[in-house]
Design a protein. Sequence first.
Length: 237
Amino acid sequence: MKTAFVTGATSGIGRAVAIGMAQAGYGVYAVGRSRSALEELRATQGGITPIAVDVTDRDALETVVNGLDIDVLVNNAGMMPPLGNFADTAIEDIDAALEVNLSAVILLTRLVVPKMRERGSGHILFTGSMAAHVAFPNLAVYSATKAGIAGFAAGLRADMSPHGVRVTEIVPGRVETGLYKDILDAKAREAMYAATKAVQPEDIAQMVLAVLNLPEWANVSRFDIVPTRPTSPSGSK
């Protein structure tokens, strides 16, 4: 049985991907900070092993990963700093975004990829964002972290492709998840999704499985997934 290590699996895209991969026959290590949410996920879907760990805890993460053989790594965990003009952004929010969205992702990938290179197979996916490729106001730090992911994914692909390891950047536009739950109130979130039907986390999970099901000689380096009826050219809002 092939295995997948999915971070940010307690909700949204990560949860949908974990469920979809388990249903497709993968043994899924579902990673997140909330032990109760992970236990609920395991009760909902068989084939899932919950791992409660903070991806920014380097020692704990290394201890977990060193004992596993991972065929597919889905780097999905992320956070959205408070929206606002960059000049007003708190330094602690900048630090948190850089640590969760970029540094932890690079570290985890470094822990996993040597075994993939040795085996000559594996697939690493990153949940990026349209904000990495299109400029938006009030998102400078978030955009920077996701642009970093885009650059890292491209460089990693160049390093790993000679060894048969595939790399894919997932580039969502507007997705209906809880990403904004801590920085927007319920009314604002409702208004955000009112204009058009947003992409659902399960839609992204379907695309991930489609990419994984390609033959080993074919790699989707990046896929953009946006609403059919966007309210902006990028499909992100």
